[in-house]
Design a protein around this ligand. Structure first.
Ligand code: GTS
Length: 218
């Protein structure tokens, strides 16, 4: 398997964390796509992923799977023992709902803020910006942080009592928020305590160096 990624990117981080949680790190090669040079917007890359985003998983049979949720589903199902996307219909439903909510209310909102209300990836890549829209999405992301703080006051993990893809999506949101210097409000104690715990997980702690190890050995 090959993954097109950007080693410090918040969305690629989601797949790197999933790979490590599944013990699949040594099964993939990483190919770096330079976002700041706009390599993800070329016709060649769009033939792999029409949306022109990272990460993209390429299977050995040439199939391309884009979208972190879809990639995580694939990786989690490979060994027949899903640990990230739920085992029962109820678990699967709740995990998908919370992961999508983490995209809508936090991660994607931070991303829109970055691309519209900051220099983003630079003038050559950010050909349309709407600062007002970006600032609204920044406020939405802060509200999302407060929402997940409320969730984590009541339960240990984002989708219930065990670690799942939904936690990974919120982690992606907070990684992106850190990159764009959008701090979690100081009174979000439960979210901050959960994030400290999450950063202690080896899959989260070692996510950036993971590719270096793999690249060096392939
Ligand atoms: N919905 C997609 C997913 O879940 O995979 C979003 C992917 C996405 O936005 N990826 C970022 C990207 O390609 C990568 S990173 O910013 O996290 O490094 N951004 C570039 C762009 O121009 O949108």
């Amino acid at each position: 398997m090959k993954i097109y990624d950007w080693h410090t990117g918040p969305y690629p981080a989601r797949v790197r964390i999933a790979l490590a949680e599944k013990g699949l790190g040594s099964c993939v090669r990483f190919e770096s796509v330079d976002l700041r040079k706009g390599e993800h917007k070329t016709a060649g890359f769009r033939a792999k992923n029409y949306s022109g985003t990272l990460p993209v998983l390429e299977l050995d049979d040439g199939t391309f799977i884009a979208e972190c949720t879809a990639i995580t589903e694939y990786l989690d199902a490979l060994d027949g023992t899903p640990i990230l996307t739920g085992g029962t219909p109820r678990e699967r439903g709740v995990i998908h709902m919370m992961s999508k909510r983490a995209e809508l209310e936090l991660l994607d909102a931070v991303s829109v803020y970055f691309h519209h209300a900051t220099p983003g990836l630079g003038p050559d890549v950010e050909i349309y910006q709407n600062a007002d829209w970006g600032l609204r999405q920044r406020d939405k992301a802060i509200s999302g942080m407060r929402y997940f703080d409320g969730v984590l006051r009541l339960q240990e993990f984002v989708a219930g009592d065990s670690f799942s893809m939904a936690d990974i999506t919120v982690i992606g949101g907070l990684i992106f928020a850190e990159l764009v210097k959008l701090p979690v409000p100081a009174d979000c104690n439960a979210l901050l305590a959960w994030y400290t715990r999450m950063q202690e997980r080896p899959s989260v702690r070692n996510r950036v160096t993971m590719s270096n190890v793999v690249e060096a050995s392939t």
